[in-house]
Design a protein around this ligand. Structure first.
Ligand SMILES: C[S@@+](CC[C@H](N)C(=O)[O-])C[C@H]1O[C@@H](n2cnc3c(N)ncnc32)[C@H](O)[C@@H]1O
Length: 289
């Protein structure tokens, strides 16, 4: 990850509706350890909050469809929304390899944050997913407002976002001291300018880091209460950049279990490369919130 102090002339601030230069890097790394851990952690963490199937899931920025397909396999009805034709192509290729019964539970549509109503018709869902997308969009609160409007009473929004904490920690964990200092510089500048921290991520895409507290407060303003949050990818990140997962099944299982424990335990979860927030629309607001 490269963190660059902000230059007013720079062209690499996140621009809504794009995955930018990151797409090929993302698709090329799907089988590597970082994505294997990420997808498995997201699945396990979601599993602690999901209602029993069949419930209705809206997966926004579904990408290659990993979570949509897993949820359909478990019996959920999924509407997946993805703006990028290449990503939709990868999604459809993966979906077509699945049994017909699963395929019938997934609908994939072209669509974007900012105009979701055109795809959903304003319907509400038991579960709304926005996983690994927010950092590519210019600002969080309008996105949260739009997604919150699609969460049914009693349902939840699952949001996987980059946090400023992890954007500062990653170069330190890799002992890239210059990058650590640049990251702190960018964080201070962002604070002084009243904006979010920006950086270029490892797949070459300009991105934005959120403050966890600010995200939670924004969600609360739109009727969503933080039920729990998890770190995703805590210990696999700093080593060799992105190797294949361990070939020994026992070692892979231990790695996944260790990441799961770290991601749900303070202080380690703060260091996760993604923060995965479960934001619930309570039918009645719980006491003490
Ligand atoms: C890193 S991928 C994540 C894919 C998937 N959600 C996952 O977690 O595996 C980011 C995805 O966000 C999509 N995206 C970018 N801008 C978007 C927007 N404005 N609305 C919806 N999706 C968007 C990209 O096309 C890409 O498929």
């Amino acid at each position: 990850m490269v963190v660059r102090p902000r230059d007013p002339q720079r062209q690499d601030a996140p621009a809504d509706g794009t995955f930018g230069d990151g797409q090929m890097g993302w698709l090329g790394g799907l089988g590597n350890v970082r994505n294997v851990v990420r997808q498995e952690m997201i699945s396990r963490q979601l599993g602690k909050h999901l209602p029993a199937p069949p419930a209705r899931v809206l997966d926004v920025g579904a990408g290659q469809g990993t979570q949509s397909i897993r949820l359909a396999r478990a019996g959920y009805q999924v509407l997946a929304v993805e703006p990028d034709p290449t990503m939709r192509g990868v999604f459809l290729a993966g979906l077509s390899a699945q049994p017909a019964g699963l395929q019938h539970r997934v609908t994939l549509r072209q669509g974007s944050v900012g105009s979701l109503g055109a795809v959903t018709g304003g319907e509400v869902y038991d579960v709304v997913l926005l996983l690994g997308v927010l950092m590519y969009l210019q600002a969080s609160e309008p996105v949260i407002a739009e997604l919150a409007a699609h969460v049914a009473p009693g349902g939840f929004l699952a949001l996987a976002a980059r946090t400023a904490t992890s954007a500062l920690w990653r170069p330190a964990a890799r002992q890239d001291w210059q990058a650590v200092l640049e990251a702190f510089g960018e964080q201070e500048l962002a604070l002084a300018e009243g904006r979010d921290m920006q950086y270029v991520n490892e797949i070459g895409a300009p991105a934005r880091a959120d403050d966890l507290g600010a995200l939670t407060n924004a969600a609360a303003r739109h009727g969503l209460v933080l039920e729990n949050w998890y770190g995703v990818r805590i210990a696999v990140d700093p080593g060799e950049l992105d190797p294949a997962p361990p070939s020994d099944p026992l070692e892979l299982a231990a790695l996944l279990d260790a990441e799961e424990r770290l991601g749900s335990t303070d202080p380690y979860r703060h260091l996760g490369q993604l923060a995965h927030l479960i934001l619930r629309r309570y039918q009645t607001v719980p006491a003490g919130t």
